[in-house]
Design a protein around this ligand. Structure first.
Ligand SMILES: *[C@@H]1O[C@H](CO)[C@@H](O)[C@H](O)[C@H]1NC(C)=O
Ligand SMILES: *[C@@H]1O[C@H](CO)[C@@H](O)[C@H](O)[C@H]1NC(C)=O
Ligand SMILES: *[C@@H]1O[C@H](CO)[C@@H](O)[C@H](O)[C@H]1NC(C)=O
Ligand SMILES: *[C@@H]1O[C@H](CO)[C@@H](O)[C@H](O)[C@H]1NC(C)=O
Ligand SMILES: *[C@@H]1O[C@H](CO)[C@@H](O)[C@H](O)[C@H]1NC(C)=O
Ligand SMILES: *[C@@H]1O[C@H](CO)[C@@H](O)[C@H](O)[C@H]1NC(C)=O
Ligand SMILES: *[C@@H]1O[C@H](CO)[C@@H](O)[C@H](O)[C@H]1NC(C)=O
Ligand SMILES: *[C@@H]1O[C@H](CO)[C@@H](O)[C@H](O)[C@H]1NC(C)=O
Ligand SMILES: *[C@@H]1O[C@H](CO)[C@@H](O)[C@H](O)[C@H]1NC(C)=O
Ligand SMILES: [Zn+2]
Length: 327
């Protein structure tokens, strides 16, 4: 999470573009050549990889609530306030507007009117974009968050801004809960090719955005719900963290869903064997994720997989009492 300041989408028309311009120039120019601007960063070049980010944004990237983290299920607290979300217009088949190679990720921008609320968020948040993190195909996993040390092949981040900021990113970055990020793991759907259809379509655009800063429009026909199919969105982890790219602002309410999206191996592989860091002669975009940061307090609705099972739910109030004792 995220290329927040890098890209202008129709869904983000209210964003503070003047303030974002300096960042955008640099991100689009891809890092190391961006000496005159302040934000030059990358994942792998020794001069600008994530170990050097604290020198780019000392206050933030070296802060005390940085993301991503390893979620240790044995340490997760129970919080009954973590109710279901309401996802507005996630079923819209015209919500996704454009897909872009930003030089550090692949990002899809949304039309306006996509929103998320509930889930113990303080108010509604407007959804701006999603982007992805990956390793090298299904063999070298590249999710940002890990669960008990397990890294998934990919992770999708939906970036949302608190509605009361009216699209003012600068303002949101100064608010400890100004942004809400929804993280979805992606893992292989075994024994299939080209599934699900929504992901086949989405990944069909990658061949058109192999160069950094290139983008194409997405034709209507499938929804965010289609891309997130199979994930029970009432089951998630919650913690307070940061952007996982410079400037690492500690302004993010993180939600990491427990169940992964399942996608065929051949479609997952397309990310690491199609899009490039700059142009046709530059390296492929691989291992685009930040290293794990120090632990944070994480909560969830009910006991996590390691300590809960279906029989546990049948214990009802007695079971709940035991779990609450783990605070
Ligand atoms: C970041 O924190 C580390 C460890 O505390 C420290 O060694 C380093 O100097 C800090 N970097 C910056 C740029 O503040
Ligand atoms: C749940 O919400 C109530 C009311 O806002 C609050 O007092 C309580 O501390 C919350 N519980 C947890 C575990 O955060
Ligand atoms: C979003 O939902 C509202 C109703 O809640 C509807 O009026 C609007 O057209 C929808 N927008 C899109 C892009 O689907
Ligand atoms: C990524 O995976 C491909 C295909 O398995 C392999 O050829 C390539 O060497 C890998 N790249 C790195 C940097 O590991
Ligand atoms: C965004 O918020 C910042 C900080 O509150 C403020 O200085 C700026 O004027 C706002 N920008 C717009 C376009 O409203
Ligand atoms: C990418 O850029 C190169 C020049 O660096 C160009 O030849 C090629 O057509 C571009 N590819 C796409 C898909 O636009
Ligand atoms: C899928 O992708 C192609 C472009 O790659 C597009 O023409 C088509 O309309 C898309 N949508 C659906 C629902 O198939
Ligand atoms: C989603 O998970 C909740 C809580 O575990 C459960 O009650 C519900 O039945 C699940 N929904 C589906 C569709 O499986
Ligand atoms: C690709 O970019 C490099 C520098 O990033 C440049 O030297 C090279 O000429 C470019 N190649 C093409 C085909 O545009
Ligand atoms: Zn991200």
């Amino acid at each position: 999470m995220p290329q927040l300041l890098a890209d202008r989408g129709t869904g983000a028309s209210k964003m503070n573009w003047l303030a974002a311009a300096a960042y955008a120039l640099c991100v689009l120019a891809h890092s190391a050549h961006c000496a005159t601007n302040s934000i030059a960063w990358c994942y792998h070049n020794p001069n600008c990889n994530d170990n050097t980010w604290p020198s780019i944004a000392p206050k933030q990237c070296n802060g005390t609530r940085q993301s991503p983290i390893d979620i240790v299920t044995a340490n997760v607290a129970v919080n009954p306030n973590l109710t279901a979300f309401t996802f507005n217009n996630f079923s819209s088949t015209s919500a996704m507007k454009e897909i872009k190679n930003t030089g550090n990720t692949v990002q899809v921008t949304f039309d306006s009117g996509i929103r998320v609320s509930g889930g113990d968020l303080s108010e509604a948040y407007d959804s701006l974009q999603f982007h992805l993190h990956w390793g090298n195909g299904t063999t070298i996993p590249g999710s940002e968050h890990t669960v008990d040390g397990k890294r998934y092949p990919m992770e999708l981040h939906i970036v949302n801004i608190k509605s009361s900021h009216n699209g003012n990113i600068t303002q949101a970055l100064g608010d400890p809960t100004g942004l809400a990020a929804l993280g979805f793991f992606i893992e292989e759907l075994p024994g299939t090719t080209d599934q699900p259809a929504s992901w086949k379509n989405l990944t069909s655009y990658l061949a058109h955005i192999t160069n950094a800063s290139s983008s194409v429009d997405i034709a209507p026909g499938y929804s965010l719900d289609d891309l997130l199919a199979g994930v029970n969105r009432t089951r998630y982890y919650r913690y307070l963290g940061s952007l996982t790219t410079p400037t690492c602002n500690e302004a993010v309410v993180w939600t990491v869903f427990k169940e992964p999206i399942k996608v065929s191996k051949n479609l997952i592989d397309l990310f690491s064997n199609t899009v490039r860091l700059t142009n046709s002669t530059s390296p492929l975009m691989i291992n685009v994720y930040r290293n794990i940061q120090p632990a944070q307090a994480v909560s969830t609705q009910v006991a996590t997989a390691s300590s809960a099972s279906k029989t546990c739910f049948s214990l009802g109030l007695m079971g709940l009492g035991v779990l609450l004792g783990r605070h």
